[in-house]
Design a protein around this ligand. Structure first.
Ligand SMILES: [Fe+2]
Length: 172
């Protein structure tokens, strides 16, 4: 009988049993880990703007961005745990987030409040697209549970887009 190689033996305890198959584990985990990096990056950008926003609408924007930050952060643990339920491994460091994130950082010294809202609206809209792509990967492998979670997270992101859009509209 062929003995498993060293890498297989070393990682075996992390391979949670699943009936979805190895390809599903690989593809869905990869899609979710990229999303997880995006959620962490967008969480920190949202908090960055929550901390640095200024001007006459300070209180409204500061509180709105805090709500959005909480929602983004609350999604990170279920994403990572979904990867582990599928038998994949997930993120281990800030460095790994930096390598995987598609959301761009904004380290500018000053950003106007309306530019903050517009940038977050675009980032959340792109996050919706990325989640729809991940949903398609789940459909391919019949992973209905991840697909169902993504549907809720897409709805939440669309709500954030709606609020960011309405809050930045000029009064008629
Ligand atoms: Fe705060």
């Amino acid at each position: 009988m062929k003995r498993p190689d060293a890498k297989t033996r070393r990682t075996a305890p992390l391979q949670t049993p699943t009936d979805l198959g190895a390809v599903a584990t690989k593809d869905v985990s990869a899609a979710l880990n990229r999303l997880l990096a995006d959620f962490f990056a967008l969480y920190l950008k949202t908090k960055n703007f929550h901390w640095h926003v200024s001007g006459p609408h300070f209180r409204d924007y500061h509180l709105l961005l805090d709500e959005h930050g909480d929602q983004l952060y609350a999604t990170t643990d279920p994403i990572a745990e979904r990867v582990r339920k599928l038998g994949g491994t997930t993120l281990r460091s800030i460095g790994q987030i930096g390598r995987l994130q598609r959301v761009l950082d904004n380290d500018a010294d000053y950003v106007t409040p309306l530019d903050m809202l517009a940038e977050l609206r675009e980032d959340n809209q792109r996050l919706v697209s990325s989640m729809r792509e991940a949903h398609a990967v789940c459909d391919e492998h019949n992973d209905v549970a991840t697909a169902s979670l993504l549907e809720v997270w897409i709805d939440e992101a669309e709500r954030r887009v709606w609020f960011l859009y309405e809050a930045s509209r000029k009064a008629e």
